[in-house]
Design a protein around this ligand. Structure first.
Ligand SMILES: Cc1cc2nc3c(=O)[nH]c(=O)nc-3n(C[C@H](O)[C@H](O)[C@H](O)COP(=O)(O)OP(=O)(O)OC[C@H]3O[C@@H](n4cnc5c(N)ncnc54)[C@H](O)[C@@H]3O)c2cc1C
Length: 303
């Protein structure tokens, strides 16, 4: 596989798929990363989308979109991006399986994370031992004991990253799927201990002291990292200097051409804020795909 592309899109939901369709049809070399099963649309039944008089399953729309992308010749990589680095010209993207790709322009279509509290006392200890961002908080746990609880690539990556700081790292995977066998091996090499008993409650007074497991025993830890799904926009984008809305700090700021404040980076879909709807994601995806194509043509000196 050639590793250098004109446009890289992060996100296999409606925004990313539509951006891919428009950018691909402009004859760019386009690559798209993500998992359709992680799209918010995967769980949805649409009744308010143009052209579908009867209810349509989100899954059906997504698989039709994938077929369309393949037909256009867009490269699809069903992996999460865990790191983005700026280059002199363009960006380097690193996947959860440590594959590296480069692209001249980047379209962010990662949707939003819908966070839920899982444990008794979780909210009480946010910032007092409970963290949702390994990148942001690993530093504070130098020489301490931590547990990473979660699923998907962000949890696996987070546990491995924390071994550079914490003295002991425990891991609980709350997925229906098994931890991939190659990851189990690298956990062993890094001394990460996999918990088999389910954590149920966070214990402590002013700060976290440990986590209660389903058999009633308490695992003493100083920090609890809760990591779900893929790395979210905040974790991936802060170091690139991408601006977020100042009110909620949840959404990427864009102009009417879906450009962010960083040259060569565009965004579309739920990641740019409400209304969190497929119609809006698709419309913005179209604009982002075309704007990124114009940008690439310009830097290649084609117009
Ligand atoms: C239960 C439910 C019902 C809904 N019902 C409706 C409805 O009736 N009508 C309507 O219009 N909307 C509905 N929605 C909202 C709609 O699904 C979203 O607005 C839409 O899916 C947003 O599209 P998106 O492409 O921006 O993000 P998403 O569809 O969420 O896609 C995000 C993509 O980004 C990928 N991704 C994230 N992080 C990374 C990373 N680090 N690396 C690589 N890939 C990454 C994910 O794998 C995923 O493929 C519903 C949502 C839910 C949850």
């Amino acid at each position: 596989m050639d590793l250098n592309y004109d446009i890289a899109i992060i996100g296999l939901g409606p925004a990313g798929l539509q951006a891919g369709i428009h950018a691909g049809r402009r004859k760019n070399k386009v690559i798209i990363f993500g998992k359709t099963s992680e799209s918010a649309l995967w769980q949805a039944h649409l009744e308010n989308y143009f052209g579908f008089e009867e209810k349509v399953e989100g899954k059906e729309l997504l698989s039709a979109g994938i077929k369309q992308l393949k037909k256009i010749g867009v490269t699809i990589v069903e992996e999460d991006i865990i790191k983005i680095e700026p280059l002199e010209k363009g960006f380097k993207l690193i996947t959860e399986k440590e594959k590296e790709f480069t692209a001249l322009a980047l379209i962010l279509a990662m949707g939003i994370k819908r966070k839920k509290a899982f444990f008794k006392n979780e909210k009480k200890f946010i910032g007092k031992g409970v963290s949702y961002c390994v990148d942001c908080d690993a530093w504070f746990y130098k020489g301490k004991k931590v547990v990473v609880i979660g699923n998907g690539s962000s949890a696996i990556w987070g546990a491995k990253f924390l071994t550079q700081f914490a003295e002991e790292v425990y891991f609980y995977y709350f997925s229906k799927e098994e931890i991939p066998s190659e990851e189990k091996k690298s956990f062993e090499e890094k001394g990460i201990k996999i918990l088999t008993l389910k954590p149920i409650e966070i214990v402590g007074e002013d700060e976290v002291k440990g986590i209660k497991l389903e058999d009633g025993s308490i695992l003493k830890v100083d920090g609890i990292f809760i990591e779900q799904g893929a790395k979210g926009s905040l974790e991936l984008l802060v170091s690139l200097g991408v601006e977020f809305d100042l009110e909620t700090f949840n959404y990427v700021k864009v102009d009417k051409n879906m450009k962010t404040n960083v040259d060569g980076i565009f965004a579309c879909g739920d990641i740019t804020g409400p209304p969190l709807q497929v119609a809006k994601a698709v419309g913005e995806g179209c604009i982002a795909g075309l704007s990124a194509s114009d940008y690439v043509s310009k830097i290649k000196g084609e117009n």
